[in-house]
Ligand binder design. Structure first.
Ligand code: BTN
Length: 252
């Protein structure tokens, strides 16, 4: 009943009032053979998952908590590129809906005014060298007021409502996000990662800036140069040596 603008994405929508995590449900559906484009949407997640084993705060009726099943014929190491496809899609959808230009912080945070408004989590299900499915989880803070956030999040999180002062029509936003993902996914499958990478870099906050990458192995301070074809962040340290960062938190 969303009145979708897509041909493949969202033709099968599993709508739930409350779940632990839409990622978990989507993963089970994909193991059960759900077709590409199947979407799981919930009003609330009691155990929403974030990157690096963090939780994702997902209060009822205010956000967009959804997972999309894709089944691309790609080598597993290319799957992180789909995170960047999704990040560009969400930014474009938000630009179109509320006319503000969010920024992307590597690898997958979408920020407004330096505060996180959207997170993306890509999970891969592969057998040896074949991708069976990629589950893309998208959490968009749409209509939350600042007070609903736990105190430790109040200085780092935001919602579209907080930033624009307007109530967001979540169904419209879901429709737009799915339409943008479908379009960019087609571009990606037909033309490869390069056009996506250019778009991604045009929205990125960190490129060209001095940043700190906090990693398990320690911190790296340097200039963010851009991203590689597999989505790694290229950084130049103070001695001019270039490093590839695959997993880290970035501080600008
Ligand atoms: C992050 O920035 O750490 C990623 C957050 C991803 C949150 C979304 S909400 C829908 C989907 N289901 C989950 O449990 N997580 C993702």
């Amino acid at each position: 009943r969303l009145g979708l603008m897509t041909k493949r994405l969202g033709q099968h929508i599993h709508y739930e009032e409350s779940v632990d995590s839409t990622q978990k449900i989507a993963l089970q559906l994909s193991l059960d053979g759900a077709p590409e484009g199947t979407v799981v949407i919930a009003e609330e997640q009691t155990n929403g998952r974030g990157r690096m084993a963090r939780t994702w705060f997902s209060p009822k009726y205010t956000g967009i908590w959804m997972s999309v099943i894709l089944r691309p014929q790609l080598l597993p190491h290319k799957a992180p590129q789909l995170t960047l496809v999704t990040a560009v899609a969400v930014v474009q959808a938000i630009e179109e809906l509320v006319s503000i230009k969010p920024q992307i912080k590597w690898p997958n945070d979408i920020l407004i005014d330096g505060k996180k408004m959207t997170g993306i989590l890509t999970e891969l299900q592969a057998e040896s060298d074949r991708i069976n499915s990629v589950i893309i989880g998208i959490g968009i803070n749409a209509n939350q007021e600042l007070e609903v956030y736990p105190e430790e999040l109040q200085s780092i999180a935001t919602s579209l409502r907080i930033e624009t002062g307007k109530t967001i029509n979540r169904a419209e936003l879901i429709k737009l996000v799915l339409a943008k993902i479908e379009h960019l996914y087609d571009v990606y499958l037909q033309e490869g990662f390069y056009p996506i990478k250019l778009l991604w870099e045009s929205y990125a906050v960190s490129i060209g800036k001095m940043i700190t990458a906090r990693m398990l192995q320690g911190n790296l301070y340097g200039k963010a140069l851009g991203i590689t074809d597999d989505g790694a962040l290229m950084m130049e340290d103070e001695l001019g040596k270039v490093h590839l960062v695959y997993s880290a938190d970035i501080e600008i």
